[in-house]
Design a protein around this ligand. Structure first.
Ligand code: UDP
Length: 484
């Protein structure tokens, strides 16, 4: 069959069932649909239920004839939190229970049932779902991984065997000095400290399941034909060149959320309704509240979709924010506070002070919030999506990393990119108050200038001929050429 009459490739996308990866993989799916590729996104039943409840995602994708959504069980009971300290159970369950079903789905004809699409030619899966690569290899379908965590942390994962071999890990969490510099992560020797390593390194136990899981990441990721990353060359060039020594074929196509907007803006067709893949109900009233605030006057506070706070930490943040005197918009996710009845324990004077300068929602339209002119800073847990969104929006950050890659990200934000202040390992009201004032008042000009400069780089890489734009074109070309 000649190239012009060949049906389009059929790509199966399998995101890790968490908010950040779901957000970026749906954007990638839409980018591929726009490039004329048939796409099946497989999501867990748990995620599917929440997408149906809170989003119009299916309406949005109905626009693309080549798009379909399929579901798969994650093997956990319906009431499992899938967050906080139960987070790793999700990985275990996916590996044990979802793998065989994934293979059945790929080998049955249910994926070709809709229309005239070809069987799956190509898989794009989250790189922490290693079983997808086993199945792809068994069946003989090419696979590329997507990593929705940061490249800087992925690079640390790649170096874990070296850190262990050199005796830098384990260190004794209770006794050793956490400010000692790490020597065996090439390119980071001058700034990466023990305390900036992924959180499981603090356990001091090489047998821990997370250490075991993440230390094979280098090997695992090099099994795939390439790695798609939500970053751009101008931000992460040094780390990417280190990573290419292990995984030569990288596709840095970030900031993904904005690459999609840029592509959509060039379409001649009627604009699509705005879409969201939020797994919580977005409270849009905060946008009206922001409209009433002066330019760059508000600090936005959010710790993402997985982090949980103790009631003590909640109270320290609350007092710190109120005492700073800076207006704040705070996302307190319904399931994010460990401990019941915390709301009834908030003193009347604190409630009153909050009414004067704060606004609290359960979930916000974050990309829109960050793009709002009233936002001057972001107090964040440095999940990678939030970090990239903040960089694109030109908003400086106060970093309060919660776990995993966030500890590495916050060090890069503060020491490498100079885009904010790292507050890791502290959570007292006076430090919070001071850090908020430092970012929003004392060093405002310095951080705003730097953030504006980096945002400009981010915008340029999405333009025709820009690095992320070209990397996406290369990905689409490679999908076509790997088609059997
Ligand atoms: N997010 C949102 N509304 C909120 C808080 C977060 O839409 O109120 C989105 C945010 O824009 C980001 C994702 O949720 O895309 C969180 O992903 P991230 O990687 O930052 O953190 P994680 O949730 O994985 O810890």
């Amino acid at each position: 069959m000649d190239q012009t009459t060949k049906p389009p490739p059929h790509v199966l996308i399998f995101p890790l069932p968490l908010q950040g990866p779901v957000n970026s993989m749906f954007k990638l799916a839409e980018l591929l649909c726009l490039a004329g590729i048939d796409v099946t996104v497989v999501v867990t039943e748990h995620i599917h239920g929440r997408l149906l409840r809170y989003t119009n995602i299916q309406d949005r994708f109905n626009h693309y004839p080549g798009f379909q959504l399929k579901t798969i069980p994650d093997g956990l009971p319906a009431d499992h939190p899938r967050s906080g300290d139960k987070f790793m159970e999700l990985f275990d369950s996916l590996k044990a229970k979802t793998k065989p079903i994934f293979k059945d789905i790929l080998t049955s004809d249910c994926l070709t049932a809709a229309g005239s699409r070809r069987p799956v030619d190509f898989i794009i899966a989250d790189g922490s779902l290693g079983f997808t690569c086993d199945v792809a290899n068994e069946i003989g379908i090419p696979i590329v991984y997507v990593r929705t965590i940061s490249p800087c942390c992925l690079w640390v994962f790649f170096c874990l065997p070296k850190l262990i071999e050199a005796g830098e890990l384990p260190f004794k969490p209770a006794e050793d000095d956490w400010d000692v510099l790490i020597k065996n992560v090439p390119g980071t020797e001058n700034f990466l400290r023990r305390r900036d390593l992924p959180s499981f390194c603090r356990l001091g136990d090489l047998d821990d399941e997370q250490v075991q899981f993440y230390k094979s990441e280098g090997e695992e990721n090099s099994r795939a034909r390439g790695l798609i990353l939500n970053t751009f060359e101008e931000l992460d060039g040094h780390v990417l060149s280190q990573m290419r020594t292990i995984c030569p074929n990288l596709y840095p196509i970030g900031p993904l959320h904005e690459l999609l907007k840029a592509k959509l803006s060039t379409q001649k067709a009627t604009p699509l309704p705005a879409s969201s893949s939020s797994l919580w109900q977005e409270d849009r009233t905060c946008m009206t509240w922001l409209d009433s605030k002066p330019l760059k006057s508000v600090v936005y506070v959010s710790f993402g979709s997985i982090a949980t706070l103790t009631t003590d930490q909640l109270m320290e943040f609350w007092h710190g924010l109120v005492n700073s005197g800076i207006p704040f918009l705070w996302v307190i996710r319904p399931d994010s506070i460990a401990g019941k009845d915390w709301e009834s324990n908030i003193a009347a004077d604190l409630r009153e002070a909050t009414k004067q300068r704060g606004y609290i929602v359960g979930w916000a339209p974050q990309e829109e919030v960050l793009a709002h002119p009233a936002i001057g800073g972001f107090l964040t847990h440095n999940g990678w999506n939030s970090t990239v969104e903040s960089i694109y929006a030109g908003v400086p950050m106060i970093c309060w990393p919660y776990f995993l890659d966030q500890l590495v990200n916050s060090r890069f934000v503060s020491e490498v990119w100079k885009l904010g202040l790292d507050m890791k390992d502290t959570c007292d009201r006076s430090t919070i108050e001071k850090t908020v004032r430092d970012l929003m008042v004392v060093r405002k000009q310095e951080f705003t200038e730097r953030a504006t400069e980096m945002a400009e780089f981010a915008r340029n890489c999405l333009k025709e001929g820009g690095s992320s734009y070209c990397n996406l074109e290369r990905l689409v070309k490679d999908i076509h050429s790997m088609m059997s």
